[in-house]
Design a protein around this ligand. Structure first.
Ligand code: 5GP
Ligand code: ZN
Length: 116
């Protein structure tokens, strides 16, 4: 738990946000400002500021778990056939606005590339 972290508050239920998935390590919920018909955030319960901090802490298995959960959620939403995108914005240039590691799952429309 990191004080003043909005995603830690979602994990500990201080901020109510319906969870679409939860287990002992990972939770997922709808993005408050969805950018596609399907826009979920998959996050670890434990606070890491970003993917680099989790990697430096030796949390490779947890990072793999987050991607596995994302793929399972995409499949459960019938996005596997049409495709989807997983995004992990990191740091200022990466456009990260919430400093709690998260992976976006975006799907339900064709997504442009390259990113802005
Ligand atoms: P980032 O820009 O850090 O990659 O993504 C942060 C995401 O968190 C944004 O897409 C934003 O809409 C979402 N977000 C920010 N605050 C909240 C919140 O309180 N609840 C939920 N469900 N999503 C949030
Ligand atoms: Zn946090």
């Amino acid at each position: 738990m990191s004080a003043d972290c909005i995603f830690c508050k979602i994990v500990d239920r201080t901020i109510p946000s319906p969870l679409v998935y939860e287990d002992s390590e990972v939770v997922a919920f709808q993005d408050i400002n969805p950018q596609a018909a399907h826009h979920l955030l998959i996050i670890p319960r434990q606070h890491f500021a970003d993917v680099g901090e989790a990697a430096a802490a030796g949390e490779g298995a947890l990072l793999g778990k987050i991607l596995t959960v994302a793929a399972e959620l995409a499949k459960a939403r019938n996005l596997a056939a049409t495709g989807y995108r997983l995004v992990c914005n990191t740091g200022k240039d990466g456009g990260q606005t919430v400093r709690h590691l998260h992976v976006h799952l975006l799907g339900g429309r064709p997504l442009g590339w390259p990113p802005g």
